[in-house]
Design a protein around this ligand. Structure first.
Ligand code: A3P
Length: 308
């Protein structure tokens, strides 16, 4: 249960960890696995602080990219040693994760020595603990077009042992459209976070495709949301440091130190492109997808680019 002491961080475990692939189930109307619901009560009672920053995404939308940008903006200059000694998933804890014998996301967040605390979540907006709203915390949401998001998630589920087995591509493709993947429907996720922005002004909604197109421009927008003004030199350094090839090489950002992923199956930093879906979708799948997409994505103010 969530009460057991779980002392070690993921990065302290060594290279291999045998965990059973979990089953999916319906949890308050959202498809989940127990690794992200076992600490539900603790997560819901989490006490956010006004300066906490939440980075929220549907899985595989660019969470790690956004997390590293945030971490560098806040701590790149003041604690450069952090960049070479602490993996990104320990710098930016994953709020809802609970894996037996590993320090839970909540415990990690509560023991973060930094201000601000940057905390990651994949929760749909309605699952976010209420204290984040009460404290008016800043939230950064990163969204990625559905087709590339699906492809990235498929390869991730193949290599990550704490995710359900993805099965074959065609069945995965249909489960994505049905919203039957971990953290539920992509369509609901991106739409409901988008809608929330209308009533809660402290959400900055970013698009993966925009970040690919012009990382510097998107960092500028992020900085004005956060009220930060890094020097031109600092900004250039960050923009360079978070380019795909550099992150892929960076052991503290590329997840190569995590024990539950098998990079022989697929690396965490896989392609980092817009449009890789074209190498996976058949023509028939693409037609089926587009037709269904139009029915689900009624809010025309939310537009994604599937190529740039
Ligand atoms: P691909 O599988 O398409 O390569 P998350 O961090 O949310 O799990 O998302 C992972 C996806 O973001 C992967 O997509 C990964 O390669 C991509 N990614 C991570 N860092 C990136 C960067 N600096 N530039 C572009 N894509 C990046």
């Amino acid at each position: 249960t969530a009460e057991e002491p779980a002392a070690v961080r993921m990065s302290d475990l060594g290279m291999k960890m045998d965990l059973p692939r979990p089953e999916m189930f319906d949890f308050h109307g959202v498809t989940m696995v127990h690794y992200f619901t076992d600490s539900w009560d603790k997560v819901q009672n989490f006490q956010a602080r006004p300066d906490d920053i939440l980075i929220a995404t549907y899985p595989k939308a660019g969470t790690t990219w956004g997390s590293l940008i945030l971490d560098l903006l806040y701590f790149g200059k003041t604690s450069p040693e952090r960049q070479t000694s602490i993996p990104i998933y320990d710098r930016v804890p994953f709020l809802e994760i609970y894996i037996p014998s590993v320090k839970s996301g909540i415990d990690q967040a509560e023991s973060l020595p930094t201000t601000p605390r940057i905390i990651k979540t994949h929760f749909p907006v309605q699952f976010v603990p209420k204290s984040f709203w009460e404290q008016n915390c800043k939230m950064v949401y990163v969204a990625r077009n559905a087709k590339d998001n699906m492809v990235s998630y498929f390869h991730f589920d193949r290599m990550n042992m704490v995710q359900p087995d993805p099965g074959d591509w065609n069945s995965y493709f249909h489960r994505f459209m049905e919203g039957k993947l971990v953290f539920g429907s992509w369509y609901d996720h991106v739409n409901n976070w988008w809608k929330k922005k209308q009533t809660y002004s402290n959400i900055h909604y970013m698009f993966y495709e925009d970040m690919i197109e012009d990382t510097g421009r998107e960092i500028d927008k992020l900085c004005s949301f956060l009220g930060l003004s890094p020097s031109a030199e600092e900004k250039n350094q960050i923009t360079g440091g978070v380019q795909f090839d550099n992150m892929k090489k960076n052991k503290m950002a590329n997840y190569s130190t995590i024990p539950v992923m098998d990079f022989k199956i697929s690396p965490f930093m896989r392609k980092g492109k817009v449009g890789d879906w074209k190498n996976h979708f058949t023509v028939a799948q693409n037609e089926e997808f587009d037709e269904d997409y139009k029915k689900k994505m009624k809010d025309l103010t939310l537009q994604f680019r599937t190529e740039i």
